[in-house]
Design a protein around this ligand. Structure first.
Ligand code: LLP
Length: 402
């Protein structure tokens, strides 16, 4: 656990805005999964899209994690960092022929989520080993935009098309070594995970798919974002998951690998964005705390109305008041929190935005031409890595390709 005093120290040393990642917490979460899901053949493939910080990825690699990659760029990064191709699954959607070809050549397992792509694969890569992604037909997630099962989603092959998929695969002698589903991000109900597992396992019969080596049940494990949000009982859930999968393997007649692909669960809580307040102003009844970061650097509140806890690091005991915590971008919606009760904020106070480890830096942009913040990784209690922000000049040089 990084203390608030340490966060202040890091901010003073490296400047703000600053992303700080607690790699020890990330590893604790990684190990938690093996405790919660006591299946002998459990593989965790970290969803790299959540946070691609190379130091964090290296630490996960050393812990034995695999990777869930969703673009050729993510595959290249994972390979460059020394993840073995067989530890990587590529689950892109709407990929081009050229992208598909590039990834097939790396030896990474490709996860195909449409009959169209499957036909092209059967025609052009006879004998290939592939995984098939199905739509689990379960709707869940912390937001409509992050639900990936059910009627409204673009992802996966319909469960009712399983026979058709098999026929197409056979036409190219494809080896279907894995089946996959991903229900959504921030799954609210433990039952959804179990229901999606049931639905995928129902089509995973030996008669239809006789060469399976693994079933991959995606990511989506939720962590609390709000102060009073309860933590899901993952011990109970993991037990149910394990029993279900063991039963399936018995029926199937083979001990398959069980895979999950968590992003948020591993990285959300380990990240904190520290920013400095530079302006306190009033718009009639509203008090605005203006900070030196903005939504391009942490877009979840604006994009999903997501709630991120905020702490006043330098005045934790101040009198509680209501604030609009705003950024430095030229848009009215540039708010980290609206009418949030926080200990009195003064100019030059440091604010910590919590759960900033997943889908924050990785969804960042340089809108308004503000470079993305520096990042610090703390591991075994020490600063293990520092990635400085680009200067304005460096950013402009990139734009001008100087
Ligand atoms: N596997 C697949 C195929 C996925 O599409 C995703 C997330 C994951 C695994 C990891 O899901 P997680 O464990 O992180 O929930 N930007 C959104 C989340 C988008 C998730 C996209 N896919 C957010 O900030 O809430």
């Amino acid at each position: 656990m990084i203390s608030n005093t340490r966060y202040i120290e890091l901010a003073r040393t490296y400047g703000t805005p600053l992303f700080v990642y607690d790699a020890d917490l990330m590893l604790e979460r990684y190990n938690d999964l093996f405790r919660f899901i006591p299946h002998e053949k459990l593989n965790i493939h970290y969803a790299l899209k959540a946070n691609y910080n190379p130091a964090l990825l290296t630490i996960l690699r050393d812990a034995g994690a695999g990777i869930d990659a969703v673009s050729p760029g993510e595959v290249v990064l994972a390979l460059e960092l020394g993840f073995a191709p067989e530890k990587i699954i590529y689950t892109a959607n709407n990929m081009t022929d050229a992208e598909f070809d590039r990834v097939m050549k790396t030896g990474v397992t490709v996860n195909i989520g449409s009959l169209s792509r499957l036909k092209k694969c059967a025609a052009n890569y006879p004998g290939a080993r592939i995984c098939l992604r199905f739509n689990p037909d379960v709707c869940d997630g912390d937001n409509v935009m992050t639900m990936t099962g059910g009627d409204l989603t673009k992802f996966g092959i319909l469960l009712t098309d399983a026979d058709e998929a098999k026929k197409i695969a056979d036409s190219g002698n494809l080896h279907i070594v894995g089946l996959h589903e991903h229900t959504g991000s921030g799954l609210q109900h433990a039952e959804s995970v179990l229901k999606s597992m049931d639905n995928l396992m129902a089509i995973a019969t030996k008669e239809r798919f006789s060469e399976l080596e693994f079933l991959d049940f995606g990511g989506g494990f939720k962590v609390p974002y709000k102060e009073d949000e309860p933590r899901i009982d993952y011990v109970a859930m993991g037990k149910q998951i394990t029993e279900k999968f063991d039963g399936f393997c018995k029926n199937y007649g083979k001990e398959l690998l069980m895979r999950f692909e968590p992003g948020k669960f591993l990285s959300a809580e380990c990240g904190t964005l520290i920013m400095e307040v530079n302006t306190i102003k009033h718009n009639r009844s509203r008090v605005i705390a203006g900070c030196n970061s903005g939504f391009p650097q942490l877009i979840r509140p604006v994009l999903y109305c997501a709630y991120h806890r905020i702490e006043n690091l330098t005045n934790p005991d101040g009198e509680e008041k209501l604030y609009d915590v705003c950024g430095n971008i030229c848009e009215t919606g540039d708010r980290f929190a609206e009418q949030r009760s926080l200990p009195e904020i003064r100019e030059y106070d440091l604010l910590a935005v919590k759960n900033a480890g997943a889908y924050c830096y990785s969804m960042g942009s340089v809108y308004n031409l503000r470079p993305m913040p520096a990042e610090v990784v703390v591991h075994n209690g020490n600063v293990a890595d520092f990635r400085p922000a680009l200067t304005d000049q460096e950013l402009v040089a990139q734009i001008l390709r100087k």
